[in-house]
Design a binder for this molecule. Structure first.
Ligand SMILES: Cc1cc2nc3c(=O)[nH]c(=O)nc-3n(C[C@H](O)[C@H](O)[C@H](O)COP(=O)(O)OP(=O)(O)OC[C@H]3O[C@@H](n4cnc5c(N)ncnc54)[C@H](O)[C@@H]3O)c2cc1C
Length: 380
C-alpha cells in the first residue's frame, strides 16, 4: 500500500492548509469568544471551493474522491473543530444524502446553491430520546395528499440554526411496517418549522448546535429523499461515509498539536535547558507522533477503500475510533507539555483539548464504533 500523494492531491492539501493556517486560525480567539464564524470567512472558504468538494461538477462542485476529501478534512482539522465542523456538516452529512439519493430535480434545485456556499446544509437524526439508539427516532411524518406533516424535535444539530436545507430522518411507519424511517429535505421556510434552543458548548465554538422543532411542518412530497421506508439504510450510509472524514480532521488536529508541542519543547527552558532535552518530554512527543501516524494510515486506508467501494463498516469504525482516541491522547499530552500556560484561556492547545472531546461522541460514540467492530468480528 502506498499513500504517496499525487501532485494534484499535494496542491489541494497545501491550498487548504494555507487557508486554514493563515486565514482561519488567526481568527479563532474571536470565534471562540463570539461563538460565530464571520460571513467573510465563509465567503473565502466558498471562493476556495470548500463548499463544493462533495458535489458533482454538473451542479457546480468538484466531486473530489473520498481520499481527496479526507485530505481536505485533515487540513481543516488544523484549526480544531469549530470552523472545520461547519464545513464538514455541509460537505458531509448535510449533502451526501442528496448527492446519493436525490432526483435530478432535487439536485438542480439545491446543489448549485450548496456548492457556492449560498445554501448551508445540515443533517438531523438525533432527538432527546434517540441518541446512540438512532433507529428509535420519534419524529413522525404523516402523509396527507401531496404533503407530509412532520411532528417532533431534533437536538444537537450542527449548524441547524443557520442551515438553508436540512436532511431530516423521520418515522413513516404504519401498523403493517412499524420500523420504517424516511428522509426529507426540509427548508427552514416550510410552515411549522422553527429553531428551538441553540446550545452553548464547551468546544467546537463557531458552529453552534441547535434544537429543531417540527409542528405539523409541511413538507411537499417531492422533498422526500429516496424511497419511503428506506430511511434507516440511507441514514447509516450517510453517517458511515462521514466517519473517515471525522478521523481525518482528528489526524489534522494531532499534526498541528505536535507542531505546537515540539516548538514549545524547544523553546521553554527549565533547570537551565530546553524541556525538549528531558526524556520524559521526548517520550510524550514520540507517543503523540506514533499514534498520529497510525491514525493517519487507518484513515487513508478507509478513505481509499471507500473510493474503491470496498470500505466495510468495521474498517470505517476502526479509523474513527482510533483517530478520535489518538487525538484525546495527543491533546492531553500537548496540555501536559505546556503545563500551566496551556490552561490559560486563549491558548490554542486548550481549544484543541476541548474540541477533541466531541470526536468520541458525535457521528457515533466510541462505544458504538466498538460495537460495530465487535459484531463484525463475531459475524465473520
Ligand atoms: C457538538 C455536537 C454536534 C452534533 N451534531 C449532530 C448533527 O449534526 N446531527 C445529528 O443528528 N446529531 C448530532 N449530534 C448528536 C450526536 O450524534 C449524539 O450526541 C451522539 O450520537 C450520542 O448520543 P447521545 O448524546 O444521546 O448519547 P447517548 O446515546 O445517550 O449515550 C450516552 C452514553 O451511553 C453509551 N451507550 C449508548 N448506547 C450504548 C450501547 N448500546 N452500548 C454501550 N454504550 C452505549 C454512549 O456511548 C455514551 O457513552 C451532535 C452532538 C454534539 C455534541
Amino acid at each position: 500500500m502506498d499513500f504517496g500523494l499525487t501532485t494534484e492531491e499535494r496542491a489541494l492539501a497545501d491550498a487548504v492548509k494555507d487557508f486554514v493556517d493563515n486565514r482561519v486560525e488567526p481568527q479563532m480567539v474571536e470565534i471562540e469568544a463570539t461563538n460565530r464564524i464571520p460571513d467573510g470567512t465563509f465567503a473565502e472558504a466558498a471562493a476556495l471551493g470548500l463548499f463544493g468538494i462533495s458535489i458533482p461538477e454538473e451542479y457546480g462542485g468538484t466531486a473530489l474522491t473520498r481520499f481527496s476529501r479526507a485530505l481536505v478534512h485533515q487540513m481543516l482539522g488544523r484549526s480544531g473543530f469549530g470552523f472545520a465542523g461547519a464545513i464538514a456538516a455541509h460537505t458531509g452529512i448535510g449533502s451526501d444524502g442528496l448527492v446519493a439519493l436525490g432526483t435530478q430535480e432535487q439536485k438542480r434545485r439545491y446543489l448549485p446553491r450548496m456548492a457556492s456556499g449560498e445554501l448551508r446544509a445540515a443533517f438531523a437524526i438525533t432527538e432527546p430520546e434517540a441518541g446512540s439508539d438512532a433507529g428509535s427516532v420519534r419524529t413522525h411524518a404523516r402523509k396527507k395528499g401531496d404533503r407530509y406533516y412532520l411532528n417532533g424535535v431534533k437536538r444537537f444539530i450542527s449548524g441547524g440554526a443557520r442551515a438553508g436545507l436540512i436532511t431530516v430522518i423521520a418515522r413513516t411507519n404504519t401498523t403493517e411496517k412499524p420500523k420504517e424511517l424516511s428522509v426529507f429535505l426540509v427548508e427552514p421556510s416550510f410552515p411549522g418549522f422553527r429553531v428551538g434552543a441553540v446550545y452553548d458548548t464547551m468546544g467546537t465554538r463557531g458552529q453552534p448546535i441547535a434544537e429543531l422543532v417540527f409542528e405539523d411542518c409541511e413538507v411537499p412530497q417531492q422533498n422526500r429523499l429516496g424511497e419511503e421506508g428506506k430511511g434507516w439504510l440511507a441514514a447509516m450510509k450517510i453517517l458511515g461515509d462521514a466517519r473517515p472524514l471525522v478521523a481525518a480532521r482528528c489526524v489534522g488536529a494531532c499534526e498541528r498539536l505536535i507542531e505546537i508541542s515540539t516548538d514549545y519543547a524547544k523553546n521553554r527552558k527549565q533547570f537551565g535547558r530546553a524541556i525538549g532535552e528531558f526524556q520524559a518530554i521526548q517520550f510524550m512527543l514520540a507517543d503523540m507522533a506514533t499514534r498520529t501516524e497510525a491514525a493517519r494510515w487507518l484513515t487513508y486506508h478507509a478513505a481509499s477503500l471507500a473510493d474503491q467501494g470496498r470500505a466495510t463498516p468495521e474498517v470505517i469504525s476502526m479509523a474513527k475510533l482510533y483517530a478520535s482516541e489518538a487525538l484525546a491522547f495527543v491533546a492531553d499530552s500537548a496540555v501536559q507539555i505546556q503545563g500551566g500556560s496551556a490552561y490559560v484561556t486563549g491558548n490554542p492547545v486548550g481549544r484543541f483539548y476541548r474540541d477533541a472531546r466531541v470526536t468520541r461522541i458525535y457521528e457515533g460514540t466510541s462505544e458504538i464504533q466498538r460495537l460495530i467492530i465487535g459484531r463484525a468480528l463475531l459475524r465473520h
